[in-house]
Design a protein around this ligand. Structure first.
Ligand code: NDP
Ligand code: GDR
Length: 345
Protein backbone atom coordinates (compact mmCIF):
# COMPACT_ATOMS: atom_id res chain seq x y z
CA UNK A 1 0.00 0.00 0.00
CA UNK A 2 1.23 3.50 -0.81
CA UNK A 3 2.33 5.39 2.26
CA UNK A 4 1.33 8.98 2.90
CA UNK A 5 3.53 11.40 4.79
CA UNK A 6 3.23 15.01 5.86
CA UNK A 7 6.50 16.95 5.61
CA UNK A 8 6.30 20.35 7.26
CA UNK A 9 8.74 22.93 5.88
CA UNK A 10 8.89 21.64 2.28
CA UNK A 11 10.35 24.97 1.15
CA UNK A 12 13.40 24.42 3.42
CA UNK A 13 16.58 22.44 2.80
CA UNK A 14 15.62 19.22 4.59
CA UNK A 15 11.96 19.35 3.55
CA UNK A 16 12.95 19.38 -0.12
CA UNK A 17 15.43 16.49 0.19
CA UNK A 18 13.12 14.41 2.36
CA UNK A 19 10.21 14.91 -0.04
CA UNK A 20 12.46 13.77 -2.91
CA UNK A 21 13.53 10.71 -0.91
CA UNK A 22 9.95 9.72 0.00
CA UNK A 23 8.56 10.34 -3.51
CA UNK A 24 11.30 8.10 -4.90
CA UNK A 25 10.00 5.37 -2.60
CA UNK A 26 6.44 5.74 -3.85
CA UNK A 27 5.05 7.81 -1.00
CA UNK A 28 2.35 10.42 -1.41
CA UNK A 29 3.78 13.53 0.22
CA UNK A 30 1.85 16.45 1.66
CA UNK A 31 4.50 19.14 1.72
CA UNK A 32 3.54 22.16 3.76
CA UNK A 33 4.57 25.75 3.21
CA UNK A 34 3.44 28.94 4.88
CA UNK A 35 1.67 31.76 3.13
CA UNK A 36 3.89 34.66 2.16
CA UNK A 37 3.38 37.35 -0.47
CA UNK A 38 5.59 35.41 -2.86
CA UNK A 39 6.26 31.80 -1.93
CA UNK A 40 9.61 30.52 -3.12
CA UNK A 41 9.95 26.90 -4.18
CA UNK A 42 13.44 27.19 -5.67
CA UNK A 43 14.65 24.10 -3.81
CA UNK A 44 11.98 21.68 -5.01
CA UNK A 45 12.33 23.20 -8.46
CA UNK A 46 16.08 22.58 -8.37
CA UNK A 47 15.42 18.96 -7.40
CA UNK A 48 12.85 18.72 -10.21
CA UNK A 49 10.03 17.44 -8.00
CA UNK A 50 7.77 20.52 -8.11
CA UNK A 51 5.31 18.95 -10.55
CA UNK A 52 5.47 15.40 -9.17
CA UNK A 53 1.95 13.86 -9.28
CA UNK A 54 2.28 12.47 -5.75
CA UNK A 55 3.46 15.73 -4.21
CA UNK A 56 0.66 17.86 -2.77
CA UNK A 57 1.71 21.33 -1.72
CA UNK A 58 -0.47 22.61 1.10
CA UNK A 59 -0.52 25.90 2.95
CA UNK A 60 0.00 25.44 6.66
CA UNK A 61 1.36 27.63 9.41
CA UNK A 62 2.93 25.85 12.34
CA UNK A 63 1.30 28.24 14.80
CA UNK A 64 -2.26 27.33 13.73
CA UNK A 65 -3.49 24.22 15.51
CA UNK A 66 -6.82 24.03 13.62
CA UNK A 67 -4.87 23.69 10.39
CA UNK A 68 -2.86 20.86 11.92
CA UNK A 69 -6.04 18.97 12.73
CA UNK A 70 -7.55 19.51 9.28
CA UNK A 71 -4.28 18.56 7.58
CA UNK A 72 -4.12 15.27 9.44
CA UNK A 73 -7.78 14.53 8.75
CA UNK A 74 -7.74 15.31 5.04
CA UNK A 75 -4.37 13.77 4.20
CA UNK A 76 -4.91 10.55 6.17
CA UNK A 77 -1.14 10.54 6.62
CA UNK A 78 0.51 7.81 8.66
CA UNK A 79 3.82 9.62 9.12
CA UNK A 80 4.56 13.26 9.98
CA UNK A 81 8.03 14.76 9.71
CA UNK A 82 8.07 18.08 11.55
CA UNK A 83 10.88 19.97 9.86
CA UNK A 84 9.39 23.47 9.84
CA UNK A 85 10.95 25.93 12.28
CA UNK A 86 12.44 29.35 12.73
CA UNK A 87 15.77 27.62 12.33
CA UNK A 88 18.33 30.42 12.38
CA UNK A 89 20.14 30.58 15.71
CA UNK A 90 21.35 34.17 15.25
CA UNK A 91 17.84 35.54 14.62
CA UNK A 92 16.47 33.72 17.66
CA UNK A 93 18.30 36.20 19.93
CA UNK A 94 16.38 39.04 18.28
CA UNK A 95 13.07 37.16 17.98
CA UNK A 96 12.96 34.80 20.97
CA UNK A 97 9.18 34.83 21.30
CA UNK A 98 8.43 34.18 17.64
CA UNK A 99 11.06 31.46 17.73
CA UNK A 100 9.39 29.91 20.78
CA UNK A 101 5.94 30.11 19.16
CA UNK A 102 7.05 28.43 15.92
CA UNK A 103 9.96 26.19 16.86
CA UNK A 104 8.71 25.15 20.30
CA UNK A 105 4.92 25.41 20.40
CA UNK A 106 4.58 24.46 16.73
CA UNK A 107 5.57 20.92 17.63
CA UNK A 108 3.10 20.94 20.53
CA UNK A 109 0.19 21.77 18.20
CA UNK A 110 1.11 18.87 15.95
CA UNK A 111 1.44 16.45 18.84
CA UNK A 112 -1.90 17.60 20.23
CA UNK A 113 -3.48 17.18 16.81
CA UNK A 114 -2.12 13.62 16.60
CA UNK A 115 -3.40 12.91 20.10
CA UNK A 116 -6.83 14.23 19.10
CA UNK A 117 -7.25 12.84 15.58
CA UNK A 118 -5.18 9.68 15.18
CA UNK A 119 -2.77 8.31 17.77
CA UNK A 120 -1.35 5.80 15.32
CA UNK A 121 0.48 8.43 13.30
CA UNK A 122 4.26 8.24 13.55
CA UNK A 123 5.82 11.61 14.39
CA UNK A 124 9.37 12.76 13.72
CA UNK A 125 10.64 15.85 15.55
CA UNK A 126 13.62 17.71 14.07
CA UNK A 127 15.72 18.14 17.18
CA UNK A 128 19.20 19.57 17.13
CA UNK A 129 22.73 19.47 18.48
CA UNK A 130 22.11 23.10 19.54
CA UNK A 131 20.36 21.56 22.57
CA UNK A 132 23.81 20.47 23.80
CA UNK A 133 25.03 24.07 23.54
CA UNK A 134 27.68 24.51 26.21
CA UNK A 135 28.69 20.91 25.90
CA UNK A 136 28.81 18.69 28.94
CA UNK A 137 30.65 15.77 27.29
CA UNK A 138 32.70 15.01 24.18
CA UNK A 139 31.48 13.52 21.92
CA UNK A 140 27.78 14.18 22.46
CA UNK A 141 25.40 11.21 22.46
CA UNK A 142 21.69 10.68 23.13
CA UNK A 143 21.96 10.93 26.92
CA UNK A 144 24.52 13.76 27.15
CA UNK A 145 23.00 16.48 29.39
CA UNK A 146 21.57 19.45 27.51
CA UNK A 147 22.64 23.07 28.00
CA UNK A 148 21.16 25.21 25.19
CA UNK A 149 22.82 28.57 24.49
CA UNK A 150 20.18 30.36 22.39
CA UNK A 151 16.43 30.94 22.38
CA UNK A 152 16.38 28.59 19.38
CA UNK A 153 18.09 25.83 21.38
CA UNK A 154 15.70 26.37 24.28
CA UNK A 155 12.64 26.20 22.01
CA UNK A 156 13.93 23.00 20.39
CA UNK A 157 14.55 21.49 23.80
CA UNK A 158 10.89 22.08 24.73
CA UNK A 159 9.77 20.36 21.52
CA UNK A 160 12.20 17.51 22.11
CA UNK A 161 11.02 16.79 25.64
CA UNK A 162 7.39 17.12 24.62
CA UNK A 163 7.95 14.47 21.96
CA UNK A 164 9.50 12.19 24.58
CA UNK A 165 6.69 13.03 26.99
CA UNK A 166 3.89 12.21 24.50
CA UNK A 167 5.69 8.95 23.78
CA UNK A 168 5.70 8.06 27.47
CA UNK A 169 2.31 9.55 28.43
CA UNK A 170 0.04 8.74 25.48
CA UNK A 171 1.89 5.93 23.73
CA UNK A 172 2.34 8.10 20.65
CA UNK A 173 5.08 7.07 18.22
CA UNK A 174 7.11 10.22 18.76
CA UNK A 175 10.72 10.02 17.65
CA UNK A 176 13.29 12.75 18.10
CA UNK A 177 16.29 12.99 15.81
CA UNK A 178 19.10 15.01 17.35
CA UNK A 179 20.79 16.06 14.15
CA UNK A 180 24.12 17.82 14.00
CA UNK A 181 24.73 20.46 11.32
CA UNK A 182 24.00 19.20 7.84
CA UNK A 183 24.63 21.21 4.74
CA UNK A 184 24.15 21.07 0.98
CA UNK A 185 23.80 23.25 -2.09
CA UNK A 186 20.20 23.78 -0.88
CA UNK A 187 21.30 25.32 2.44
CA UNK A 188 19.98 28.83 3.14
CA UNK A 189 22.53 31.56 2.45
CA UNK A 190 22.40 32.95 5.99
CA UNK A 191 24.03 29.77 7.38
CA UNK A 192 27.78 29.87 7.51
CA UNK A 193 28.76 27.10 5.06
CA UNK A 194 26.53 28.33 2.25
CA UNK A 195 27.42 31.96 2.97
CA UNK A 196 31.04 30.89 2.50
CA UNK A 197 30.56 28.83 -0.67
CA UNK A 198 28.33 31.42 -2.32
CA UNK A 199 30.74 34.27 -1.54
CA UNK A 200 33.77 32.21 -2.61
CA UNK A 201 32.03 31.60 -5.96
CA UNK A 202 31.27 35.32 -6.29
CA UNK A 203 34.88 36.26 -5.43
CA UNK A 204 36.22 33.73 -7.95
CA UNK A 205 33.94 35.21 -10.62
CA UNK A 206 34.84 38.81 -9.75
CA UNK A 207 31.36 39.54 -8.37
CA UNK A 208 32.44 40.14 -4.73
CA UNK A 209 35.61 41.33 -3.01
CA UNK A 210 35.60 40.01 0.50
CA UNK A 211 33.93 37.42 2.76
CA UNK A 212 32.91 38.83 6.15
CA UNK A 213 32.38 36.35 8.98
CA UNK A 214 31.98 36.22 12.76
CA UNK A 215 33.57 33.58 14.99
CA UNK A 216 36.11 31.59 12.95
CA UNK A 217 37.00 29.36 15.90
CA UNK A 218 33.56 27.77 16.30
CA UNK A 219 33.77 24.03 15.67
CA UNK A 220 30.98 22.09 14.05
CA UNK A 221 30.24 18.50 13.08
CA UNK A 222 29.11 19.02 9.48
CA UNK A 223 27.44 16.32 7.38
CA UNK A 224 25.51 16.18 4.11
CA UNK A 225 21.77 16.87 4.28
CA UNK A 226 20.84 14.11 1.83
CA UNK A 227 22.43 11.52 4.13
CA UNK A 228 20.54 12.94 7.10
CA UNK A 229 17.04 12.89 5.61
CA UNK A 230 17.51 9.18 4.96
CA UNK A 231 18.23 8.85 8.68
CA UNK A 232 14.93 10.60 9.46
CA UNK A 233 13.04 8.16 7.25
CA UNK A 234 14.74 5.17 8.87
CA UNK A 235 13.82 6.45 12.33
CA UNK A 236 10.10 6.33 11.51
CA UNK A 237 10.43 2.79 10.05
CA UNK A 238 12.05 1.53 13.29
CA UNK A 239 9.96 -0.80 15.46
CA UNK A 240 9.90 1.59 18.42
CA UNK A 241 9.91 5.35 18.87
CA UNK A 242 13.20 6.58 20.28
CA UNK A 243 15.82 9.34 20.28
CA UNK A 244 18.76 9.18 17.86
CA UNK A 245 21.86 11.28 17.22
CA UNK A 246 22.87 11.74 13.57
CA UNK A 247 26.38 13.13 13.17
CA UNK A 248 29.74 12.39 11.52
CA UNK A 249 31.93 12.22 14.66
CA UNK A 250 34.34 14.74 13.12
CA UNK A 251 34.58 18.41 14.03
CA UNK A 252 36.26 21.28 12.18
CA UNK A 253 36.46 25.05 12.63
CA UNK A 254 34.66 27.59 10.49
CA UNK A 255 38.17 28.72 9.47
CA UNK A 256 38.89 25.25 8.07
CA UNK A 257 35.68 25.27 6.03
CA UNK A 258 36.75 28.64 4.59
CA UNK A 259 40.09 27.12 3.53
CA UNK A 260 38.38 24.11 1.95
CA UNK A 261 35.92 26.27 0.01
CA UNK A 262 38.58 28.65 -1.34
CA UNK A 263 40.78 25.69 -2.27
CA UNK A 264 37.94 24.48 -4.51
CA UNK A 265 38.25 27.77 -6.38
CA UNK A 266 42.03 27.34 -6.64
CA UNK A 267 42.83 29.91 -3.94
CA UNK A 268 45.06 29.22 -0.94
CA UNK A 269 44.25 31.34 2.13
CA UNK A 270 46.94 32.65 4.51
CA UNK A 271 45.77 33.87 7.91
CA UNK A 272 47.09 36.73 10.01
CA UNK A 273 45.94 38.65 13.11
CA UNK A 274 43.80 37.34 15.93
CA UNK A 275 40.14 37.41 17.00
CA UNK A 276 38.36 40.46 15.53
CA UNK A 277 41.60 41.51 13.78
CA UNK A 278 42.04 38.23 11.98
CA UNK A 279 41.97 38.24 8.19
CA UNK A 280 42.66 35.85 5.35
CA UNK A 281 44.73 36.74 2.29
CA UNK A 282 45.20 35.14 -1.09
CA UNK A 283 48.62 33.46 -0.66
CA UNK A 284 49.55 34.37 -4.26
CA UNK A 285 48.37 37.98 -4.60
CA UNK A 286 48.30 39.11 -0.96
CA UNK A 287 44.76 40.47 -1.45
CA UNK A 288 42.53 40.35 1.64
CA UNK A 289 39.63 38.00 0.91
CA UNK A 290 38.32 37.19 4.41
CA UNK A 291 37.65 39.63 7.22
CA UNK A 292 36.18 39.18 10.69
CA UNK A 293 33.20 41.40 11.42
CA UNK A 294 32.07 41.28 15.08
CA UNK A 295 28.54 42.13 13.91
CA UNK A 296 28.27 38.41 13.14
CA UNK A 297 29.24 37.32 16.67
CA UNK A 298 26.44 35.84 18.80
CA UNK A 299 25.53 36.94 22.35
CA UNK A 300 26.26 33.38 23.51
CA UNK A 301 28.17 30.96 21.30
CA UNK A 302 28.18 27.20 20.93
CA UNK A 303 31.93 26.65 20.67
CA UNK A 304 32.25 22.97 19.88
CA UNK A 305 29.96 20.24 18.64
CA UNK A 306 30.87 16.67 17.78
CA UNK A 307 28.37 13.82 17.81
CA UNK A 308 28.71 10.07 17.96
CA UNK A 309 26.03 8.35 15.84
CA UNK A 310 26.84 4.83 17.11
CA UNK A 311 23.26 4.16 18.20
CA UNK A 312 21.85 5.13 14.78
CA UNK A 313 24.39 2.82 13.16
CA UNK A 314 23.55 -0.09 15.44
CA UNK A 315 19.75 0.27 15.44
CA UNK A 316 19.03 1.80 12.04
CA UNK A 317 22.04 0.82 9.97
CA UNK A 318 22.59 4.54 9.31
CA UNK A 319 25.98 6.01 8.51
CA UNK A 320 27.01 9.33 6.97
CA UNK A 321 28.53 8.84 3.52
CA UNK A 322 29.81 12.24 2.43
CA UNK A 323 32.99 13.70 3.94
CA UNK A 324 33.47 17.42 4.58
CA UNK A 325 35.93 17.87 1.68
CA UNK A 326 33.42 16.39 -0.78
CA UNK A 327 30.62 18.47 0.73
CA UNK A 328 32.56 21.73 0.36
CA UNK A 329 33.41 20.76 -3.23
CA UNK A 330 29.84 20.08 -4.27
CA UNK A 331 28.58 23.27 -2.59
CA UNK A 332 31.20 25.47 -4.28
CA UNK A 333 30.52 23.78 -7.64
CA UNK A 334 26.77 24.45 -7.32
CA UNK A 335 27.35 28.08 -6.33
CA UNK A 336 29.79 28.61 -9.22
CA UNK A 337 27.20 27.24 -11.63
CA UNK A 338 24.40 29.41 -10.21
CA UNK A 339 26.45 32.59 -10.07
CA UNK A 340 27.70 32.02 -13.62
CA UNK A 341 24.08 31.64 -14.69
CA UNK A 342 23.32 34.91 -12.93
CA UNK A 343 21.08 33.73 -10.13
CA UNK A 344 21.56 32.58 -6.55
CA UNK A 345 18.99 32.10 -3.78
P1 NDP B 1 15.24 25.66 6.85
O1 NDP B 1 15.39 26.95 7.57
O2 NDP B 1 15.90 25.49 5.51
O3 NDP B 1 13.69 25.34 6.65
C1 NDP B 1 12.75 25.66 7.63
C2 NDP B 1 11.37 25.51 7.05
O4 NDP B 1 10.41 25.90 8.06
C3 NDP B 1 11.10 26.41 5.84
O5 NDP B 1 10.34 25.68 4.91
C4 NDP B 1 10.27 27.52 6.44
O6 NDP B 1 9.43 28.19 5.53
C5 NDP B 1 9.44 26.74 7.45
N1 NDP B 1 8.78 27.58 8.43
C6 NDP B 1 9.32 28.56 9.21
N2 NDP B 1 8.38 29.11 9.99
C7 NDP B 1 7.22 28.47 9.70
C8 NDP B 1 5.89 28.60 10.18
N3 NDP B 1 5.53 29.51 11.10
N4 NDP B 1 4.94 27.77 9.68
C9 NDP B 1 5.26 26.86 8.75
N5 NDP B 1 6.49 26.70 8.23
C10 NDP B 1 7.46 27.51 8.72
O7 NDP B 1 15.73 24.51 7.84
P2 NDP B 1 16.44 23.10 7.53
O8 NDP B 1 15.75 22.47 6.38
O9 NDP B 1 17.89 23.30 7.51
O10 NDP B 1 16.12 22.29 8.87
C11 NDP B 1 14.94 21.52 9.00
C12 NDP B 1 14.62 21.34 10.46
O11 NDP B 1 15.67 20.67 11.12
C13 NDP B 1 14.44 22.64 11.23
O12 NDP B 1 13.46 22.41 12.20
C14 NDP B 1 15.78 22.89 11.88
O13 NDP B 1 15.62 23.66 13.05
C15 NDP B 1 16.18 21.46 12.19
N6 NDP B 1 17.60 21.19 12.22
C16 NDP B 1 18.38 21.55 11.16
C17 NDP B 1 19.71 21.21 11.14
C18 NDP B 1 20.60 21.58 10.00
O14 NDP B 1 21.82 21.51 10.17
N7 NDP B 1 20.05 21.94 8.85
C19 NDP B 1 20.32 20.46 12.26
C20 NDP B 1 19.38 20.11 13.30
C21 NDP B 1 18.08 20.46 13.27
P3 NDP B 1 9.94 29.45 4.68
O15 NDP B 1 10.62 28.88 3.50
O16 NDP B 1 8.67 30.16 4.36
O17 NDP B 1 10.85 30.25 5.57
P1 GDR C 1 24.31 26.90 13.59
O1 GDR C 1 24.69 27.24 12.07
O2 GDR C 1 24.20 28.11 14.41
O3 GDR C 1 25.27 25.84 14.02
O4 GDR C 1 22.85 26.31 13.42
P2 GDR C 1 25.35 28.51 11.40
O5 GDR C 1 25.82 28.03 10.09
O6 GDR C 1 24.45 29.69 11.43
O7 GDR C 1 26.59 28.82 12.37
C1 GDR C 1 27.64 27.89 12.56
C2 GDR C 1 28.77 28.56 13.30
O8 GDR C 1 29.40 29.51 12.44
C3 GDR C 1 29.65 30.69 13.17
N1 GDR C 1 29.75 31.83 12.24
C4 GDR C 1 28.76 32.29 11.47
N2 GDR C 1 27.50 31.89 11.31
C5 GDR C 1 26.72 32.55 10.42
N3 GDR C 1 25.47 32.13 10.20
N4 GDR C 1 27.18 33.64 9.72
C6 GDR C 1 28.45 34.09 9.87
O9 GDR C 1 28.85 35.06 9.23
C7 GDR C 1 29.29 33.39 10.78
N5 GDR C 1 30.58 33.53 11.16
C8 GDR C 1 30.85 32.59 12.05
C9 GDR C 1 28.46 30.80 14.11
O10 GDR C 1 28.75 31.70 15.16
C10 GDR C 1 28.35 29.35 14.55
O11 GDR C 1 29.23 29.07 15.58
C11 GDR C 1 22.52 25.41 12.36
C12 GDR C 1 21.04 25.60 12.00
O12 GDR C 1 20.75 24.84 10.88
C13 GDR C 1 20.16 25.15 13.15
O13 GDR C 1 18.79 25.18 12.75
C14 GDR C 1 20.56 23.71 13.52
O14 GDR C 1 19.77 23.28 14.60
C15 GDR C 1 22.03 23.64 13.87
O15 GDR C 1 22.78 24.08 12.75
C16 GDR C 1 22.47 22.23 14.20
Amino acid sequence: MTKTAIVTGISGQDGAYLAENLLDRGYTVYGTYRRTSSVNFWRIDELGIGGHPQLKLVEYDLTDMGSAIRLIETSEATEIYNLAAQSFVGVSFDQPITTGAITGLGAAYLLEAIRTVNRNIRFYQASTSEMFGKVQAIPQVEDTPFYPRSPYGVAKLYAHWLTVNYRESFNIFGTSGILFNHESPLRGREFVTRKITDTVAKIALGKADVLELGNLDAKRDWGYAKDYVEGMRLMLQHHTPDTFVLATNRTETVRRFVELAFAEAGIEIEWSGKDENESGRDAKTGKTLVRVNPAFYRPAEVELLIGDPAKAKADLGWEPKVQLEELAALMVAADMRRNQAGWSF
